[in-house]
Design a protein around this ligand. Structure first.
Ligand code: SAM
Ligand code: CO
Length: 284
């Protein structure tokens, strides 16, 4: 499908939009398709808190959209001022337009369109006390969002998406991260690139596996930076990745379930690997 992408670069404008067929609105709505997020290297963050987080963390804002009835809120005014100062477009819209953009009946009153940010795996230089999460072909947007949020909360240093994965910049995943998507470097890598990086990175790759030989609580997470490698929801970790790991870990289970949900397993591993680094006292 060939069409133009409109209106991301009109410096300093505030436009009022009430029509659902407005071309700028149509472009924003198209961001629910991965193809359009990829083409434009942009994504949507919903809600004032997320927009403020993204601006604070230096994400490039292309368009700020808010409902007319919140236009005088000081934080909204601040966001609009920043957007204009950074060369973005500001849209004042009806609630109907916001509903249609976010595909929700009770939409957030503020939405931001930002440029995606990716880190090249070759730029990841793990240091002492750092922990990374590597996800093999993660499929579920909610799982990925939960994992990014949990990795951030555990003090991890980045999330590596290995192979074909769900998009961290989808609306569902961004929502589920509660803002943590802005806090952590995100990396995309093929299995080959991941393994090549691993060779020179000085890390200990701890792969989780239902056939894991080692109880996850017996592993030394202190001697090197750790990469926790997690398997795909349906098929688990492929042999080609599992055999390159420095340890294969299993979380002992009781009961009927034959495995844990991927995000839960990742959470358990993260907090075990960082147990010695996390305290209630000095929150980083
Ligand atoms: N049917 C898949 C299999 O046989 O591997 C189940 C995959 S499980 C839902 C998704 C991922 O979560 C696994 O690849 C592993 O990384 C992690 N996982 C789940 N339960 C685990 C456990 N008890 N020990 C270690 N890892 C686990
Ligand atoms: Co397009």
């Amino acid at each position: 499908m060939s069409h133009e992408h409109h209106g991301s670069r009109r410096v300093g404008q505030v436009k009022e939009v009430t029509s659902l067929s407005n071309p700028i609105v149509k472009d924003i709505k198209a961001l629910s398709d991965k193809k359009h997020r990829d083409e434009t290297k942009s994504f949507m963050a919903e809600g004032l808190k997320l927009v403020i987080d993204a601006l604070e963390l230096g994400f490039e804002i292309r368009t700020l959209v808010y409902a007319k009835n919140v236009k005088d809120k000081p934080q909204v005014v601040q966001c609009a001022t920043k957007t204009v100062a950074r060369g973005g477009l500001v849209l004042e819209v009806s609630e109907k337009v916001l509903s249609s953009i976010t595909r929700r009946d009770n939409p957030q009153m503020v939405v931001g369109i930002f440029t995606q940010r990716w880190t090249d795996i070759r730029d990841l230089k793990p240091a002492a006390n750092e922990t990374y999460v590597a996800l093999d072909r993660v499929r579920d947007p909610g799982n990925l969002g939960t994992i990014i949020r949990t990795a951030d909360a555990a003090g991890a240093s980045g999330v590596i998406l290995v192979g074909e994965t769900t998009d961290p910049y989808s609306m569902e995943t961004v929502r589920a991260t509660m803002g943590s998507v802005f806090a952590l470097p995100l990396v995309k890598a093929s299995p080959a690139d991941f393994l090549a990086w691993k060779k020179g990175a000085g890390v200990s790759v701890v792969a989780t596996h239902l056939a894991g030989a080692v109880d996850y609580r017996t592993i030394d997470y202190k001697k090197k930076p750790v990469v926790l490698l997690m398997g795909n929801e349906q098929s688990g970790l492929p042999e080609a990745l599992a055999r390159e790991a420095d340890a294969l870990a299993r979380i002992p289970q009781a009961g009927r379930a034959d495995s844990l949900n991927l995000a839960i397993a990742t959470g358990i591993m993260l907090f075990e690997a960082r147990r010695h680094l996390l305290t209630l006292e000095d929150r980083a």
